[in-house]
Design a protein around this ligand. Structure first.
Ligand SMILES: Nc1nc2c(c(=O)[nH]1)N[C@H]1C(S)=C(S)[C@@H](COP(=O)(O)OP(=O)(O)OC[C@H]3O[C@@H](n4cnc5c(=O)[nH]c(N)nc54)[C@H](O)[C@@H]3O)O[C@H]1N2
Ligand SMILES: Nc1nc2c(c(=O)[nH]1)N[C@H]1C(S)=C(S)[C@@H](COP(=O)(O)OP(=O)(O)OC[C@H]3O[C@@H](n4cnc5c(=O)[nH]c(N)nc54)[C@H](O)[C@@H]3O)O[C@H]1N2
Ligand code: SF4
Ligand SMILES: [Mo]
Length: 735
């Protein structure tokens, strides 16, 4: 047992696998929830007599998901028992990926010594965390990860936000004065929804936690409203509603055109009650635009811009819903600013049926204002930190560039940047091989953590307790729920929070609980503070009375509905802008519009544009080992339009070579009318090599981020430009 002395001083001893304190007694079915994506859907987990999980199904009575769940959690059951999963701590005994099992005792001591050596020699500035997407859904890991960084003095956390939503955060800053003024589209009460660069019928929801996206959009149409889908591909979402096809990376032309139409019809400054600054400058800017040029700039018909502009003017309420396609592109911040501008002009900010601020039983930001973007930057390339995240694409240079603060010690926490980052691939592999000490925490050996010196097996979502800490305040119909672990951890897998706690204790830094008061109280009784205790404290500080973790688990297995809608008035209340107004003509807008006007598309040399694709059931780089999702006859393919197929003489199923300024890949082509001419769509997150996931390695595929120029990034948020990548295509056989 690990032993804590009365003073909280801690002495290591042998470490048997910790039984989760909240593990339920084995009954045939228990309520839990899914932590694969932001929707965080309620599930019923069915266990057999031996306590083995064999099936999960949607929870029809769940307050949040109301009977929705996709096919991924069932695949996650398979992955939990996947023989390729790592279930014992390991140390590297050879080249990348060559690991041998050790005891927890040895693994943790090595981590403490490795990180302490770097810290002693070069100071905490040489330590960094590289965090991926899955840890976002692990509440204990979120909380204790923060405490770990504080304990070790780690100031640099690289994440995948600059491949995901950082541009939305910089847009919040430009419009509302702070990153954490985050508008959520009130889908359930609106009459017009513009979905842009998102595919919510497949990907479910991003930047909001809404399982029932289809029901919400269908209901808009049913009450006589409209749902418009702006996407270069006819996705399942586009097919179901009104599709507007545009050229990738040109969204600002589309939105400026829409604003031109709106402003032309307004007789003066809009007076909807929301305080707006910069109206006359913005109106002047868009009045100077030619609608035909805007339409040509994005490849749509001018009549479409007029129709969309009028739709916003006449709708009794309206929202815009932007996905990753609006962020990970050349004009990510500008596109996201304009998405809200359309709504600000038409009176749809901070009202029911428009954009509203989130509300939850726990407000994780605790009312604290996040540091302005760019306060900190990557050391070598000066890319901005946004909302506490440095771009993962900046890590390679920060490892390689000599200097006292070069990254020498790294925690690779549920991240696979070699495949997921715009600055991944060989350059990152080379950099990772130069790190003095790295520890990985994951379910698998992946393309990134195979460079770690120690690799630690973490629990899956079925093996750990959780509260939806990071997604609850993005719900549209706020509810509260929690889960205990439903099965014992497989093998020696452990919770991330416990690992963070152990390493910092072994370094003599007193543990990783982020709440000093809780840490002190626990130490006084000789105990280790737990995430459940901290979540209880956070619930007690929140707006809902008498809510505890144990109550939610035991008495509210289907969750508790807290509100039918988000409260209006909070998004623009006491705005932290200089004049207290929403900014229509921010510095960011001005500089980005200037860049847009100056930008020339390199069509002559690179006539086509590459975009990504999320397939049904996939999850970024990591669910590819699931045979339920990727059966033996799965075909990895680039979608190309028949016109482009004819132009390069390729037939269906034949291989094409896609070449950009920086790289080249060969992929089988699937010819389809569903993609816009001039655009090629390839699934992202593939190109497996060297991970422990054998099925994924066998499917292989290619990694399209090899075509992404790591030195060419979006100007404000430092987004990797993953969509709209200029490429050319030829028959592989001819190349
Ligand atoms: N071209 C292109 N690239 C993209 C995107 C795109 O649209 N196009 N999308 C971007 C986006 S939005 C994202 S979020 C990123 C994702 O990028 P990453 O976060 O780097 O990759 P993931 O595949 O989500 O998962 C990383 C690792 O987490 C592990 N993992 C799974 N569950 C857990 C867990 O519970 N705990 C821990 N510790 N680890 C776990 C998986 O095994 C995997 O090895 O990719 C980005 N990259
Ligand atoms: N099945 C599945 N679901 C997932 C994931 C997954 O990997 N698989 N990943 C999860 C994660 S981490 C996230 S962040 C969310 C993402 O959620 P979404 O952003 O809704 O998901 P995507 O399918 O990437 O949608 C992006 C859309 O933008 C389009 N697009 C590309 N370039 C442009 C452009 O320049 N302009 C416009 N207007 N559109 C463009 C693409 O064709 C695509 O349809 O999904 C989550 N859910
Ligand atoms: S939509 Fe997301 S949270 Fe819901 S079941 Fe599917 S993967 Fe899980
Ligand atoms: Mo994401």
């Amino acid at each position: 047992m690990s032993v804590e002395g009365p003073s909280g001083e801690w002495r290591p001893s042998s470490l048997p696998p910790a039984r989760n304190p909240l593990l339920r007694d084995a009954t045939s079915s228990v309520s839990t929830y899914c932590r694969i994506c932001e929707a965080a859907c309620g599930l019923i987990a069915e266990l057999d007599d031996n306590g083995r999980l064999h099936r999960v199904r949607p929870n029809a009575s769940h307050a949040h998901s109301r009977g929705f769940a996709c096919n991924k959690p069932q695949a996650m059951v398979d992955l939990t028992y996947d023989p390729d999963r790592i279930t014992t701590p390991m140390v590297r005994t050879g080249g990348p990926g060559a690991f041998s099992p050790v005891t927890w005792e040895e693994a943790l001591d090595r981590c403490a010594a490795g990180l302490a050596d770097v810290r002693d020699e070069s100071g905490p500035a040489a330590l960094a965390v590289l965090r991926g997407n899955p840890p976002f859904f692990d509440s204990g890991g979120v909380l204790w990860g923060r405490g770990f960084a504080t304990a070790l003095g780690i100031e640099r956390t690289y994440t995948v936000n600059a491949e995901d939503a950082a541009a939305r955060l910089t847009a919040n800053e430009a419009l509302y004065g702070a990153i954490n003024r985050f508008p959520r589209p009130d889908l359930w009460h609106t009459d017009l929804a513009l979905i842009i660069g998102g595919n919510p019928l497949h990907a479910r929801s991003t930047r909001l936690s809404e399982p029932q996206t289809r029901e919400a959009f269908d209901a808009i149409v049913a009450r006589g409203g409209r749902v418009l889908v702006v996407d270069p591909r006819r996705t399942v979402t586009a097919e179901r509603y009104e599709h507007i096809s545009l050229r990738p990376g040109t969204d600002p032309w589309f939105l400026l055109g829409v604003c031109h139409v709106i402003c032309a019809e307004l007789s003066g400054a809009p007076d909807h009650g929301t305080p707006l600054a910069g109206w006359s400058e913005f109106a002047h800017l868009v009045a100077g635009l030619d609608l035909v040029e805007c339409a040509a700039g994005c490849g749509v018909d001018p009549a479409t811009l007029v129709d969309v502009g009028r739709a916003f003017l006449t709708a009794s309420s309206a929202v815009t819903y932007g996905g990753t396609g609006t962020c990970a592109q050349r004009f990510g911040t500008l596109t996201n600013i304009l998405l809200d501008t359309v709504l600000a002009l038409t009176g749809n900010i901070d009202r029911v049926g428009g954009m509203l601020a989130g509300w939850a039983a726990i407000d994780l930001t605790g009312g604290r204002a996040a540091a302005p973007s760019g306060t900190r930057r990557t050391r070598a390339e000066g890319r901005p930190e946004v909302g506490g995240s440095l771009p993962s694409a900046g890590l390679a240079a920060d490892i390689l560039e000599p200097g006292d603060d070069r990254v020498r010690g790294l925690v690779i926490y549920g991240n696979n940047s070699v495949l997921s980052s715009g600055g991944g691939g060989e350059r990152l592999e080379e950099a990772l091989s130069r790190v003095d000490f790295a520890v990985g925490m994951d379910l698998y050996v992946n393309e990134t953590n195979r460079f770690a010196h120690v690799l630690l097996p973490v629990t899956t979502m079925f093996e750990r307790s959780d509260y939806p800490l990071t997604t609850a305040d993005t719900q549209l119909r706020p509810s509260a729920y929690a889960t205990a672990a439903v099965i014992e951890p497989r093998g020696e897998a452990r919770d991330s929070w416990w690992i963070f706690d152990e390493i910092s204790r072994r370094m003599g830094l007193g543990g990783s609980c982020p709440d000093p008061e809780l840490a002190a109280t626990a130490a006084a009784r000789g105990a280790r503070p737990t995430p459940v205790e901290l979540i209880d404290r956070l619930l007690a500080q929140g707006p809902v009375d008498d809510l505890t973790f144990a109550d939610l688990v035991d008495r509210h297995p289907n969750g508790v509905a807290l509100r039918a809608t988000l409260p209006p008035g909070r998004l623009t209340h006491d705005l932290p802008t200089p004049d207290g107004c929403v900014q229509l003509y921010s510095e960011q807008l001005r500089s980005e519009v200037g860049r847009l006007f100056a930008h020339a598309e390199p069509d002559a040399e690179w006539p086509l544009r590459l975009i990504g694709r999320r397939e049904k059931g996939s999850q970024n780089t990591w669910m590819h080992n699931a045979s339920r999702i990727y059966p033996d006859d799965y075909q990895f393919a680039a979608l190309i339009h028949p016109d482009d197929a004819v132009a390069c003489g390729v037939s269906d199923g034949e291989e094409v070579r896609l070449t950009s300024r920086v790289g080249s890949v060969v992929v089988p082509a699937a010819i389809t009318e569903d993609i816009r001419p001039g655009v090629v769509s390839v699934p992202n997150g593939w190109g497996h090599r060297g991970g422990s996931w054998q099925r994924a390695n066998a499917i292989g595929g290619v990694n399209t981020n090899d075509l992404v120029d790591p030195c060419d990034v979006e100007a404000v948020a430092g987004m990797s430009i993953l969509n709209g990548v200029p490429i050319r295509m030829e028959r592989a056989a001819d190349s």
